[in-house]
Design a protein around this ligand. Structure first.
Ligand code: NAD
Ligand code: MN
Length: 484
């Protein structure tokens, strides 16, 4: 301890989570209120990304199962959920929200085991937000005519919802809660690497007495998702994931009457002006890119630094990434957990390689990585030019690209120089500059002197190739109602 300087990383004793975990060996489909084996009899493995070990078998739903799920959702919509008094629907949603709170600790552990995110995030961010979304939309269920004054809101019907692996339960909540609040029924397909917590959520639906068919969950990979989206019995499609798949879905939905909302990738600019509170900005930039290992569509993945503070800021970032603790996601001290899958690690590694090849300078933490599982050191690139792949493509990992600017106008131009438009951050001491710059940035969510803050009352969604439609807030009801 004698040589320790302030700010140096030092070893903590391990502080692993000790709550017993109810992970099942095998998960079935959730169809018409029951847990049933897939028609094919086939299962696939979900892996714990922190050790690479297979830890649960997940049912592989196929076309036949998707069809059964959509039929069940249709029946529930017509016979039970659609005709139900809105206040009664609200009661179910409140009950679900309370059950999520009661089981929050074990759900957080499962989320961390199956997806790799640090327990402090799943416990303190994901799960509280999941419950909050159900509470929030429960409140809207019997007040829809106030959300759409004079609009006579009616439900749309059966929604098919396909979600990604970065916030498995939170994405399920974002999709399911507003759909049910508006009187629709749902078939959900979780991502293949993170299906476990969706099935525990299904258990909560059953425990809450939610009528059979109101929510069905079909697990499987891309083909299962495609079958669900293409099913003719579906009225509304909601997708969150990669831009490539989003575009394919937009095409397949184009010659139908299905409604569509898409939430795709991002390449957000986090803009730091020279008059910003620097230490605060460093923390915001760190949180902006390394939260959830950078598996965040709205991550602040491009840092735009005003030239005058560049060298000082980079020196601070170099020091700060050394203090980030990478390792066991179930350890309460861990800052950076495991990369979600081997495939994702491969994509990140390839893009890091392209950054080096194109001449940018890699600054990498010296953290020792565990031997098994999928890991990536927190890092950032300086000397990045706007044409580099690492400045244009979504890396979806703990890798930041740093660019510079001189004037606010140049900052805006650089921030908007992307095919995406999901989010942005502005760091400055001047309120007027916040409004001036935010006004000109084409992004759905803009944070000022903070980053990656979420709340069920605020709408979330993109411009340009980041997609269309909003989730969250009053706006998040709109895709799930028709106005008469
Ligand atoms: P993906 O788009 O392939 O997967 C997202 C979901 O879509 C999963 O449930 C998947 O099973 C399903 N899916 C895949 N193909 C489908 C199809 N043809 N029809 C219907 N559903 C389909 O994403 P990925 O391959 O897991 O990740 C690739 C990249 O996507 C990442 O590197 C990242 O850049 C981006 N991504 C973005 C988000 C986001 O939140 N915007 C989330 C995950 C991944
Ligand atoms: Mn998994």
């Amino acid at each position: 301890m004698g040589d320790l300087k302030f700010g140096d990383a030092f070893d903590y004793a391990a502080a692993p989570e000790t709550t017993p975990v109810p992970l099942q060996k095998q998960y079935e489909l959730f169809l018409d209120g029951e847990f049933v084996a897939p028609s094919s009899g086939k299962y696939f493995w979900s892996v714990n990304p922190s050790n690479g070990k297979r830890h649960a078998r997940i049912a592989r739903g196929e076309e036949k199962d998707v069809d059964a799920a959509v039929r069940s959702a249709r029946k529930a919509y017509e016979k039970v959920w659609g005709p139900m008094a809105p206040a009664e629907r609200g009661k179910y949603l409140y009950r679900i929200a309370r059950l999520i709170q009661e089981k929050a600790r074990e759900l957080a552990i499962l989320e961390t085991m199956d997806g790799g995110k640090p327990i402090k995030e799943s416990r303190d961010v994901d799960l509280p937000l999941v419950a909050a979304h159900f509470f929030y939309y429960a409140g809207w269920a019997d007040k829809l005519e106030y959300a759409f004054p004079g609009g006579r809101p009616e439900p749309v019907g059966v929604a098919s919802q396909v979600i990604p692996w970065n916030f498995p339960l939170l994405m399920a909540a974002w999709k399911i809660a507003p759909a049910l609040a508006c009187g629709n029924t749902v078939v959900l397909k979780p991502a293949e690497t993170t299906s476990v917590t969706a099935m525990h959520l299904a258990q909560i639906f059953q425990d809450a007495g939610l009528p059979p068919g109101v929510v069905n969950i079909v697990t499987g990979a891309g083909e299962t998702g495609a079958a669900l989206i293409d099913h003719p019995g579906v009225d509304k499609v909601a997708f969150t994931g990669s831009t490539a798949v989003g575009k394919a879905i937009a095409e397949s939905v184009a010659d139908t009457t299905k409604r569509l909302t898409l939430e795709l990738g991002g390449k957000a600019a986090n803009i730091v002006f020279e008059d910003a509170a620097i230490e605060q900005a460093v923390e915001g930039v760190i949180n902006g890119i390394y939260f959830n290992q950078g598996h965040v569509c709205c991550a602040g993945s491009r840092l735009l630094l005003q030239e005058s503070i560049h060298d000082d800021f980079i020196a601070r970032l170099d020091r700060r990434i050394e203090t980030l603790r990478v390792g066991d996601p179930l350890d309460k001290n861990t800052d950076i957990g495991a990369i979600n899958s081997r495939e994702q690690l491969g994509r990140i590694t390839k893009l890091i390689g392209s950054g080096i090849e194109e001449g940018a300078e890699l600054h990498e933490s010296s953290a020792k990585l565990p031997e098994d599982g999928f890991w990536c050191r927190p890092s950032f690139f300086t000397g990045v030019s706007a044409s580099h792949r690492i400045a244009r493509e979504e890396i979806f990992g703990p890798v930041l690209s740093v660019l510079t600017f001189r004037t606010p106008a140049e900052a805006v131009a650089r921030a908007n120089d992307t095919c995406y438009g999901l989010s942005a951050g502005i760091w400055t001491d001047k309120g007027s500059k916040i409004f001036q710059v935010a006004d000109q940035i084409r992004a759905g969510v803009i944070w000022a002197n903070t980053f990656n803050k979420f709340d069920p009352t605020s709408p979330f969604g993109g411009f340009k190739e980041s997609g269309f439609g909003r989730e969250g807030g009053l706006q998040g009801l709109r895709p799930y109602v028709q106005l008469g």
